[in-house]
Design a protein around this ligand. Structure first.
Ligand code: PEP
Ligand code: MG
Length: 315
């Protein structure tokens, strides 16, 4: 019956009592965007631009970049598309951008920090995104920076975006941003929480290490408390806070995130209908109650068990 419901599910995402939660797709190029639009994605919550360039030995020109980004805008006319600037480095090295041999690449020159070793890289990418948006007729494209750790970075990124008519946001994946969430959200128009890296950095556990899988689950209460801090700051400021890490694709966790005040969930396109079905089966009050109780859990297995019993038992 559940499989039938998943197949029949149609956008938009909403709880049983009608509160909308945008369900968006994570994409990496025009082809994955076109596939997402055939499914039930409301838009794109994370366009991982670095994945377009994993084998590029030289930096593509602004025109070439604009052509690539334009394919994603073209797939979702009139819909929300959030472009992330290059998150090259660590598990996703890009030949033209990552030059250093680092002992700890996850803690090294990656994401927005690339601009320190590649002056102008970010400006050229923002020019390309603005040009692609102009050609596609997108009025105010959403653009976000990965791996932001300081308020100065957020301030400078926002200035560079606004000067080009882009709507600036930052990813929340370094714990410093969650801890000082009110100050950070004041600088930008939105947050998108990357639970994969946030978990890695909160738990000090490599996200690719299978022996550490018990630590790198986003059900860790410490991670969920950081998500809550970011969501609360967004609520106070009246600005949207989404989640674009793997956590968003877990139907039970998606309900908990909605209950914490997260306004959009971005995930692999194939995961959207199952999340949509689960969300539609519970009221927002029930999501909030589950979120409250899960935040008080002592460990990840307890958090998950609690959510399962609070969100699946019939009432
Ligand atoms: C994340 O860190 O959760 C995220 C969405 O970004 P990526 O997985 O690309 O690092
Ligand atoms: Mg990340």
């Amino acid at each position: 019956r559940r499989r039938e419901a998943v197949r029949a599910w149609r956008a938009p995402g909403r709880t049983a009592d009608g509160t909308e939660v945008q369900l968006l797709a994570n994409v990496q190029d025009g082809a994955t965007a076109r596939k997402a639009v055939e499914g039930q994605a409301d838009g794109v919550g994370l366009f991982r631009t670095e994945l377009c360039f994993l084998s590029a030995q030289t930096e593509p020109s602004v025109d070439e970049q604009a052509r690539i980004y334009g394919e994603v805008f073209a797939a979702f006319p009139g819909r929300k598309v959030v472009v992330r600037t290059l998150d090259a480095g660590s598990d996703k090295p890009v030949p033209f951008a990552n030059h250093e041999d680092e002992n700890n690449p996850a803690l090294g020159v990656r994401g927005i920090r690339l601009n320190w070793t590649n002056p102008g890289l970010l400006d050229r990418q923002l020019d390309a995104i603005a040009e692609a948006a102009r050609q596609a007729g997108v009025a105010t494209p959403w653009v976000m920076a990965p791996m932001v750790a300081t308020i100065d970075e957020a301030y400078e990124f926002a200035g560079a975006c606004r000067g080009r008519g882009l709507k600036p946001g930052i990813m929340v994946e370094v714990p410093s941003v969650a801890v000082m969430a009110d100050e950070f959200i004041a600088e930008v128009d939105f947050f998108s929480i990357g639970t994969n890296d946030l978990t890695q950095y909160v738990m000090a556990a490599d996200r690719l290490s299978s022996p550490l899988a018990a630590l790198t689950t986003p059900w860790q209460p410490a991670v969920l408390r950081m998500v809550s801090m970011a969501a609360e700051a967004g609520r106070r400021a009246g600005k949207p806070v989404g989640v674009c890490g793997e956590a968003a694709a877990d139907p039970l966790l998606a309900c908990v995130l909605a209950g914490l005040g997260i306004t959009s969930l971005s995930m692999a396109e194939a995961a959207i209908p199952a999340v949509g079905v689960q969300l539609a089966s519970v009221t927002m009050d029930r999501c909030r109650d589950a979120a409250r109780q899960v935040l008080a859990a002592r460990n990840a297995p307890d958090a998950k068990r609690l959510a399962a019993s609070l969100l699946t038992a019939s009432r």
